[in-house]
Design a protein around this ligand. Structure first.
Ligand SMILES: NC(=O)c1ccc[n+]([C@@H]2O[C@H](COP(=O)([O-])OP(=O)(O)OC[C@H]3O[C@@H](n4cnc5c(N)ncnc54)[C@H](OP(=O)(O)O)[C@@H]3O)[C@@H](O)[C@H]2O)c1
Ligand SMILES: [Zn+2]
Length: 339
């Protein structure tokens, strides 16, 4: 049996192990992908730390995967060997329950696959994915450019396009990490007045290069007051991992504004008075399906959105992960796995 290198977590909080495994065979309805690149998302902490109830071990993390279709099993019509594809968090669903037939895939309770959580992800030379989890990757994007778009990209793009904001309106992106730096670009390219909010001064020039019209240093300024001075935000896209940082911007929403919560903060306290007084909403947003990823890739080519990346080879996964956790990466850390 041919072997491959993979990075696995054997139990919650265990270090990454680089192991040799058999190259997996795709079952009916699935394909095997020769992985070229895989982004490291903050949500990979769920697998590493065991803070998500659905994770089973040992598990190969990684849900920002780009590679080439290498083998196709029976029952797969859309994909052929040699095609470049991407896989994100949403690894497929049953397709036949009432929710799926309504197109409400996240409500599927029959079968939902989550990449790097309920099945093995992209920190490996090969992985198997369901055909309905794949997005076609345009030739204009390199594997390293495309990989972060499979989670950080689709989550922020899909959230913004479903947020209700219209071109010209004030849209703020809270947090400038892997998700936030793409969120600023999508907001600017979609025609919103984009505001970036981050801690400290050092990210200001990068935020402006990414398309932010305004920058708020949340350590030196009150972000809610600053947003009110700008007229009040229609939407704040909250990508931070901290609930207090989210709560601090709610007062900066304009009337009927929405806090779109993406960051998996442990808790969030919002004043009912604020909500009532401004007819405000707080809404969570969950990634997207494979076709949402394909739309994200296409929009990124159209509008020139690119992730800024730092790359590490697979064997330096521990350093790469620590770099992501440090908050110092500018802005996404991507594992390079094959050419
Ligand atoms: N909803 C979804 O579908 C979805 C999808 C992907 C990821 N996520 C979640 O989104 C979050 C961001 O992921 P990422 O990959 O972009 O992470 P990342 O690159 O590590 O960025 C983390 C962000 O959190 C902010 N932050 C960290 N500690 C903070 C604190 N104490 N106070 C205020 N801000 C703080 C940082 O803000 P500064 O810029 O100010 O330093 C930074 O922007 C994670 O919680 C991740 O699990 C959710
Ligand atoms: Zn992610």
């Amino acid at each position: 049996m041919a072997k491959m290198r993979a990075v696995q977590v054997s139990q919650p909080k265990a270090p990454f192990e680089i192991v040799e495994r058999e190259i997996p065979e795709p079952g009916p309805g699935s394909v095997r992908i020769k992985v070229q690149a895989c982004g490291i998302c903050h949500s990979d902490t769920l697998t590493r730390e065991g803070t998500f109830p659905l994770v089973t071990y040992p598990r190969v993390p990684g849900h920002e995967v780009v590679g080439v279709v290498d083998a196709v099993a029976s029952g797969v019509a859309r994909w052929t060997p040699g095609q470049r594809v991407g896989v994100g968090w949403h690894g497929g669903n049953c397709g036949y329950c009432d929710s799926c037939r309504r197109g409400d895939f996240f409500a599927c309770r029959t079968f939902t696959a989550i990449t790097g959580i309920t099945y093995d992800g992209g920190y490996a030379e090969y992985m198997v994915a369901r055909a309905d989890a794949l997005a076609a990757v345009p030739s204009e994007l390199s594997p390293v450019e495309a990989a972060p778009l499979m989670c950080a990209g689709v989550t922020t793009f899909n959230c913004l396009r479903n947020s209700g904001a219209r071109p010209g309106e004030l849209v703020a992106v809270l947090g400038l990490g892997g998700l936030g730096h793409l969120g600023v670009q999508f907001a600017a390219r979609a025609g919103f007045r984009a505001v970036a909010i981050a801690r400290g001064k050092d990210k200001e020039s990068l935020a402006r290069e990414l398309g932010a019209r305004h920058y708020i240093d949340s350590q030196a300024q009150d972000p809610a007051a600053e947003l009110r001075n700008l007229g009040g935000a229609k939407v704040v896209l909250a990508t931070v991992t901290n609930g207090d940082a989210m709560a601090a911007v709610v007062g900066g929403l304009g009337a009927n504004g929405t806090l779109m919560v993406i960051g998996a903060a442990p808790s969030l306290t919002v004043s009912p008075g604020h909500l009532i007084g401004g007819c405000l909403s707080v809404k969570g947003w969950y990634s997207g399906t494979s076709i949402d990823s394909q739309d994200t890739l296409a929009f990124s080519v159209l509008a020139g959105v690119r992730s800024m990346n730092e790359t590490f080879p697979l064997e330096r996964v521990a350093d790469a992960y620590e770099r992501m956790l440090s908050g110092r990466a500018r802005f996404r850390v991507v594992l390079t796995i094959s050419s």
